[in-house]
Design a protein around this ligand. Sequence first.
Ligand SMILES: Cc1cc2nc3c(=O)[nH]c(=O)nc-3n(C[C@H](O)[C@H](O)[C@H](O)COP(=O)(O)OP(=O)(O)OC[C@H]3O[C@@H](n4cnc5c(N)ncnc54)[C@H](O)[C@@H]3O)c2cc1C
Length: 487
Amino acid sequence: MKKFVILGSGTSGLIAATMIKKRWGDQVSVSLYYDAKKRNIAVGESTTPIVTYFLKKYLDVDITDFLKDTGSTVKLGINFKDWIPGVEYFHGFPELDFSNTHYPESLYSILIDDYDGGMNYSKATSTLPSHTFRFVHALHIDTQVFSKYLEERIENDIEIIDDIAEKVNSDGENIESIVFRNSGEVKADFYIDASGFNSILLKELNPKWNDISDYLPINRAIPQQVPHQFAEVPSYTLAEATDNGWIWRIPIGNRYGTGYLYSSRFTSDEEAREKYNQWLLENFNTKLQTDRIIEYNPGYYENHWIGNCMAVGLSSGFIEPLESTGIHIIIQQLKDFIEYNSTLNNLKYNRMECNRRCNSLYKEVVEFVCLHYNTNRTDSKFWRYMTSHKTEWVKAFDEKCREEFLEEISIENGKEFWHVDSYIQVAQGLKMFKPESIKKFLDSLPNGDEILHNCRLRYEEVKRAKTQNMNIPHRSVLNGSVVINNH
Ligand SMILES: Cc1cc2nc3c(=O)[nH]c(=O)nc-3n(C[C@H](O)[C@H](O)[C@H](O)COP(=O)(O)OP(=O)(O)OC[C@H]3O[C@@H](n4cnc5c(N)ncnc54)[C@H](O)[C@@H]3O)c2cc1C
C-alpha cells in the first residue's frame, strides 16, 4: 500500500483525495491535513464543463440532484461587458463536434454580417437549451457547500486531520517528511501540495517560477457575496471591465458571488475599495462590507510535479480567474497524474510528461486570458499599460484575425483547453475580424469556394438548431421540475 499525504483541504486537496482514492482504492492510504483556521480560500465558484465530468466519473453524481442539493446553478458561458466600453459579448461553451469541417460556420456568418455567437450558445440568458445540441455546460458552485459535499463523500475512506505543518524536511529532490504541530513527523510515499498560495511543500524542491505580471499585472481581489432574490437565474458568469480591472458576478443559490480585481501597480487598495463600494451601491444598493483583500503573484511553476511531490491548484500557480480556469486545472492535473502514474512507480518520464502537459495548459490559459485584454483601450493608466504590453502571441493572433480568419488548425496545435470556436467568440467580441479580409483570404485559397459553401451549409444547420434551442427556464431545472439530459 502506498501512502499519500495531502496538505490542504481547499478545493484542490479535496478533489485530489477524491480522485486518488477512487482510482487506487485499497492500494493507497490517504491522509489529508489542514489548518482549521483557514479551511480554504473561499473563492473559486465559476467552473468549466470538466467539473461535471469530475462529479459524474469520480462520485457518480446525478447533476440534477447535485443542483438541488448544493444550490449550484448551470453555467453556459461568460458574458463580457464593457471590455470595449459599451460592448457586450458572450463566450459560450462550444459543441466540440467539428467533424466535417476545418472552417467554422462563423466564417460565413461574419462574412455576411450575421454572426450570432458561438456554435452552441449565443448570448447571456436565463434559459437552458433543449436537447437539440449536445448539452455542454458547467456549474456555478458555492465553495463552502462544495467542500462539505466532497468531504462527506470521502471522509470514511481517508483520514482528515486538523493540524498545522510547521516544518518540511527534504533533500532538495524529494520530500522526506512533514513535521506537524500535534502529529509530529509524518512520512509518505507521495505528497500532494494543496496548501494554496504558500506552496509549502513544492517550494522546498527549488521549483522555477514563471512570472507573468508584465502582461497580466492584476494581483489583488476583493470578494463580496451579495444576497439576491433572483426573478430569473442567469445561466452565465458576468465579467465586467472597469477602468482599472474587472468585476466578476456569479449567481449561486440566493446570492451573487462578486469580486473586484485590480493591480496594485496602478490602483491603491483604498481606491479599489472606494470604486468597488460605488459599484456595489449602483448595482445592488449595498455597501462594501469586507476588509478582506486577497493578494497573489500571477504566474505558475515550470514543473508542478517534482520528485515525490505534486502541487495542485493554487500551490502550482494562478492566472487571474477571467475564464474560470482554476478548478479545471486542478482536475486536469489529477487526471494526468492518475493516467500517467497508473502503476504508482513515479517514473521520471511520466513526471516529465505531466509537467509538460500542465505547463502547456498554463501557457494556453495565459495566452487566452491575454487575448481578452486586446481591446486597444487607452482611457486609464491600467488600460494604457495593457494596450502597450501585449504578448507577441496576441499581436500575431490579432494580425491573423484582421488579415485572414481562423481555421481549425490555426488553434488546435498544442492547445487543449479551448476550441477554435472559443477563440472566434472572443476575437469577434473584440471586433478583430473584417469581412473584406475574410473575402480576400477565401479568394487566395485554392478551394475557397468549396470552403465557403461548406461553411454556409453549416451556418444554416446551426441557425436552424439554435431557433429550436434555449427555451427551458433555468429556474425550472434548478427546482427539479425539468430534468436535464446531460449525458
Ligand atoms: C480571486 C480569485 C478568484 C477565483 N475565481 C475562480 C473561479 O471563478 N473559478 C475557478 O475555477 N477558480 C477560481 N479561483 C481559483 C480557486 O479559488 C482555486 O483554484 C481553488 O479554490 C483551489 O484552492 P486551493 O485548494 O489550491 O487552495 P486553498 O483554498 O487556499 O487551500 C489551502 C489549504 O491549505 C491548508 N494549509 C495552508 N497552510 C497550511 C499549513 N501550514 N498546515 C496545514 N494546512 C495548511 C489550508 O488550511 C487550506 O485547507 C479563484 C482564485 C482567486 C484568488
